[in-house]
Write a protein that binds this ligand. Structure first.
Ligand code: FES
Ligand code: FES
Length: 165
């Protein structure tokens, strides 16, 4: 039985036919929409590499069935920059060396966007570490990641942007 799901991904609404109702949001993004910035790490909800924003909330897309998010608005790493202008989190990751191999970086950035939107960061590194604890970095770039999130949070607060994406 053919199924269809309609998603708005990075501002573009698409209807996708699914052969199998068990297709995950991660596989749909990567394999059907060619949005390979979202990474598949563990594929079992433990590493955060697949994090995207679904209707304003952080989601591990490897655990999400595409069909169950019919009608959702999804933001992936491909949608956060404005043309050539990087998102403040992307700029801060570069400035603070918040990445080494970079594999976890898209998920880290999406998770940080969610964290800041949730208003949970304050200026406390410990709260950032706690809020980002679902995102693993095998290279150990955590210090730079924490610094980057704090800086981006301040930058976004300075310009008075409530919406960070
Ligand atoms: S790939 Fe989804 S949490 Fe690891
Ligand atoms: S930068 Fe390598 S896993 Fe995070």
């Amino acid at each position: 039985m053919a199924l269809a799901t309609t998603l708005t991904v990075n501002g573009v609404t698409r209807t996708i036919q699914l052969d199998d109702p068990r297709v995950t949001l991660l596989d749909l993004l990567r394999e059907r929409l060619d949005l390979t910035g979202t990474k598949k790490g563990c594929d079992r909800g433990q590493c955060g590499a697949c994090t995207v924003i679904v209707d304003g909330r952080r989601v591990n897309s490897c655990l999400a069935l595409a069909i169950s998010h019919d009608g959702a608005e999804i933001l992936t790493i491909e949608g956060v920059a404005q043309g050539n202008r990087l998102h403040p989190l992307q700029e801060a990751f570069l400035a603070h060396d918040g990445l080494q191999c970079g594999y976890c970086t898209p998920g880290q950035i999406m998770s940080a966007i969610g964290l800041i939107q949730e208003g949970q960061t304050g200026d406390d590194p410990e709260r950032v570490r706690e809020g980002m604890s679902g995102n693993l970095c095998r290279c150990g770039a955590y210090r730079g990641i924490t610094e980057a999130v704090l800086e981006a949070q301040k930058a976004l607060a300075r310009v008075g942007r409530k919406e960070v994406a």
